[in-house]
Design a protein around this ligand. Sequence first.
Ligand SMILES: C[S@@+](CC[C@H](N)C(=O)[O-])C[C@H]1O[C@@H](n2cnc3c(N)ncnc32)[C@H](O)[C@@H]1O
Length: 205
Amino acid sequence: MKDSICNVLDELEEQSSLEKSRKINVLPENRMLAITKETGELLNMILRLKKVKNMLEIGTSVGYSTIWCAEAISEQSGKIITVEHNPAKIRRAKKNFLNAGIQETIQIKEGNAIDILNELSKQEEYRNFFDFVLIDADKENVIKYFDLILPMVSIKGIIVTDNMLYPEKYREDMKKFSDYLKTIPGLQTITSKIGNGEEITIKLK
Ligand SMILES: C[S@@+](CC[C@H](N)C(=O)[O-])C[C@H]1O[C@@H](n2cnc3c(N)ncnc32)[C@H](O)[C@@H]1O
């Protein structure tokens, strides 16, 4: 991994751990709420093994998960579209992408995820387009996100959803989501205990 990427990931891990331990006081809207390092490693490995070229991420925050993913995708000369509605976080993410030297791999779409997904899903070019999707925005809309995303995922494409197990305040929404996935034919899905609990779903047909 390039030094510039390692340095930014290290900085963000430090920031995340200070926030989680409440050693620094950060307003709720400015918190990173990032995936864990272990989840970053898992995503990076899946992307590498699958040689993913086209990825979609819902919930950029300041770009920690995006950078883990972009590192693997850049080797395939692929692209990530990442969606975020908080302008202050987008500014921080852009700076992090530049510092990591990975900005060419990432396109940020600024706005409400439902609106952006509605827009993308109307475009024929995005039908069966994404080989990999990370869903990590607000949890109450997770089923809506999944429904809009599924037609845009390629056959054998993977959708990872964060926070299936932690924080516990999301358990109810995530249980509904996991029960919902079981009703959809043509999916294979498993809840992994890695990180905050990662749902790994494959679109089989
Ligand atoms: C859990 S954080 C994402 C963390 C990031 N994936 C990481 O691991 O570094 C969720 C992000 O989704 C954004 N978000 C929440 N609801 C959204 C919405 N309706 N549209 C777009 N972004 C949203 C929040 O502003 C927040 O930055």
